[in-house]
Design a protein around this ligand. Structure first.
Ligand code: SIN
Ligand code: MN
Length: 278
């Protein structure tokens, strides 16, 4: 499934684009059915909320889970990603954000590219996020806030916050907790919002939100009874392989498998539940 010129232009101008409801219910349920088993696995790939028990994120799931691996190769998500990036792509990062009912915590205002540049040596933002909506994202459950057009500011060079308590957790954790390493100050957010405005992304399950790695974004906590799980696939251009860094982050956070992912048939997910029901 390829985007039209008009859709691509919208992505270019506002820094994000919502492809509404492009996956059927059965495929979404097949993916959601995987979540409880993956969340139960104790692993460094699992990040908890501040309460120490609610699962916040699961990383690198596509490397071990067949269903989510198939999602990364699904033409409805991969073909637009290739179009946006302008070349073949590989999966740079894969994470599931669960934002659990009543306890899912915030994501502070930030851009993504600064992490990839400073932590991973990524030279150019020739990369795109595809946020797959697993559960409806509505006004109640901490939807994604974006500042449309803010990607045009390019990378805002904020100083790293020393949020890490020494010896407690791996160093990379401060890129994924509610206390982010490169969060953007309130003054800068205020200026950006007065220049560009602010938008709250609402989308039903099965939609995909493509967003630019320099788009300033955030989300509030989830005090509703509704879950807000999403799978965020970050596709990087095969022509934008990161330069070596002194302390590379683990492979489940930043993949060193640079093989291009190729689109498979659009039945790649539906064939899983159609065979199960025979
Ligand atoms: C992110 O910035 O990676 C996640 C934002 C969200 O899930 O709201
Ligand atoms: Mn982000």
């Amino acid at each position: 499934m390829y985007l039209t010129e008009e859709q691509l232009l919208l992505y270019k101008n506002q820094g994000f684009f919502i492809l509404p409801e492009c996956f059927p219910r059965g495929e979404i349920e097949t993916m959601k059915a995987e979540l409880s088993a993956i969340s139960a696995e104790e692993s460094p790939k699992r990040v908890l909320e501040k309460d120490g028990k609610t699962v916040r994120s699961l990383h690198g799931t596509h490397k071990t889970n067949d269903v989510f691996n198939r999602l990364t190769r699904h033409p409805s998500i991969l073909e637009p990603a290739m179009q946006i990036v302008g070349s073949q792509v590989y999966v740079y990062q894969f994470k599931i954000n669960l934002k659990a009912p009543f306890s899912g915590d915030i994501w502070q205002w930030h851009q993504d590219y600064i992490y990839w540049r400073k932590e991973d040596g990524l030279q150019r933002p020739q990369i795109v996020n595809a946020m797959f909506i697993l559960e409806d994202m509505n006004e109640f459950n901490g939807p994604l806030f974006v500042i449309p057009g803010s990607h045009k500011e390019e990378m805002i060079d904020v100083a790293a916050h020393n949020s890490q308590k020494s010896g407690e957790s791996p160093a990379w954790i401060s890129s994924f907790t509610s206390n982010l390493k490169y969060s953007i100050t309130q003054e800068v957010v205020t200026d950006l919002v007065s220049k560009y405005g602010i938008y709250s992304v609402k989308a039903v399950a099965g939609s995909v939100v493509f967003f630019n790695s320099n788009l300033v974004h955030a989300s509030a906590n989830n005090i509703s009874p509704f879950g807000r799980s999403t799978a965020i696939i970050t596709y990087n251009s095969v022509k934008n392989i990161p330069s070596p860094v002194a302390q590379p982050r683990p492979d489940f956070l930043v993949s060193q498998d640079y093989q291009p992912v190729l689109p498979l048939a659009s039945e790649i997910l539906s064939e899983l539940y159609s065979t199960k029901s025979i």
